[in-house]
Design a protein around this ligand. Structure first.
Ligand code: TXA
Ligand code: MG
Length: 335
């Protein structure tokens, strides 16, 4: 398949927009930017179209997709029996990097929800995504636009790297602003529960909803996680990654050097700049900056060049989405 490229980094050309939305309406797969990461979209009401997403990504079919819509009204039209706090959350955070898990009313294709009674749905805060959703006039199912198991794409080039020849089009909207996937929050119970941390924190949600719990992955049994996607290897770079507490980094590096390993260091603290290693990259200085850079950094290490990535454990709070993603990407955690 020939993958067509569209450029909407600066202006949204209405003819291009029309062409891309027609592709979606015709059951094709289109990668597009959101404020978090690029999504691989297809018409959520078209079973055949949705199946193309799973095929292109090599995604297991028991992992449900997030549905994207442009407005609160569209969002509410896909769900039923919502709790009173849900609309308050939508008003506070959407459009924005948050996905609500709610009881669905069977308007989307069954493959989208992987047979669950619930649907994950969100309103992305990106001009290109919103224009496309408005134009296509259909809910769009879209997981992150990477090959399954790879870091999520934060620029169009990442999508091209993973999916060229496997999807109909890539819409380039420049680098994504946040760089980490949306907060997934289960809103089916009395109290919202965060299933996947993201830019919108439990504290921020609790401020609006009164309360918010966090579903800790360690408390989830491997066979039956609440968010099906969480049981798979995620965000993994090509090269094995050791996530190492600051004080232990130098020691681990010495050990690896003895084994003649080619090491790449991803560091946060300035002290570690002194380490004698060929490939050294700064992970970023605060949560926002690390979020923007993380997946691009993880993608930048190639197996031909290094044997192992040593990543300093960044000093962020425990519930940080960055820590969550780094732990998932790590082959080994040294604390
Ligand atoms: O920021 C994002 O959320 C990006 C952009 C493209 O919107 N999308 C994204 O989709 O990260 P994906 O498919 O890579 O991750 C979706 C996550 C998975 O962990 C999946 O299991 C969970 O959301 N999910 C989707 N529907 C669900 C449901 N009904 N119940 C529980 N978890 C659900
Ligand atoms: Mg993903």
């Amino acid at each position: 398949m020939q993958t067509k490229h569209y450029h909407m980094e600066h202006v949204i050309n209405k003819y291009d927009l029309q062409e891309v939305s027609t592709m979606l309406q015709n059951g094709e797969t289109v990668a597009f930017p959101t404020e978090t990461v690029y999504g691989l979209g297809a018409d959520a009401t078209n079973e055949k179209a949705v199946k193309k997403i799973f095929k292109a990504k090599g995604r297991p079919s028991d992992n449900p997709l997030i549905v994207h819509v442009a407005t609160k009204e569209k969002l509410l039209s896909l769900v039923k029996n919502i709790r009173p706090y849900v609309e308050t959350l939508i008003d506070a955070f959407s459009p924005g990097p948050i996905t609500y898990v709610l009881k669905h009313n069977a308007k989307v294709a069954p493959t989208v929800t992987a047979g669950l009674e619930t649907i994950g749905v969100r309103i992305p805060d990106h001009p290109v995504a919103l224009a496309l959703l408005q134009q296509a006039q259909t809910p769009v199912a879209a997981p992150s636009a990477n090959r399954s198991g790879r870091p999520s794409p934060t620029e169009a080039a990442h999508v091209a790297e993973d999916l060229t020849g496997r999807i109909a089009a890539i819409v380039d909207g420049g680098k994504t602003d946040i760089g980490i996937e949306s907060t997934v929050v289960d809103c089916t119970g009395d109290v919202p529960i965060i299933l996947r941390p993201g830019a919108i924190s439990a504290t921020a949600i609790a401020r609006i909803a009164g309360e918010c719990h966090v579903d800790h992955p360690s408390s989830i049994k491997k066979e039956m996680p609440r968010s099906p996607g969480l049981k798979y290897v995620h965000y993994a770079p090509e090269v094995p990654l050791y996530l190492v507490e600051s004080q232990k980094v130098s020691h681990i590096i010495e050990e690896l050097k003895k084994d003649k390993k080619r090491i790449a260091l991803l560091y946060e603290s300035d002290l570690l700049v002194q380490e004698h290693i060929e490939v050294k990259k700064h992970i970023g200085s605060d949560e926002d900056e690390i979020g923007k850079r993380l997946y691009n950094l993880l993608r930048s290490f190639r197996i031909e060049e290094v044997d192992v990535i040593v990543c300093e454990f960044p000093k962020l709070h425990d519930h940080s989405a960055i820590i969550d993603r780094l732990k998932r990407a790590a082959t080994k955690v040294v604390m």
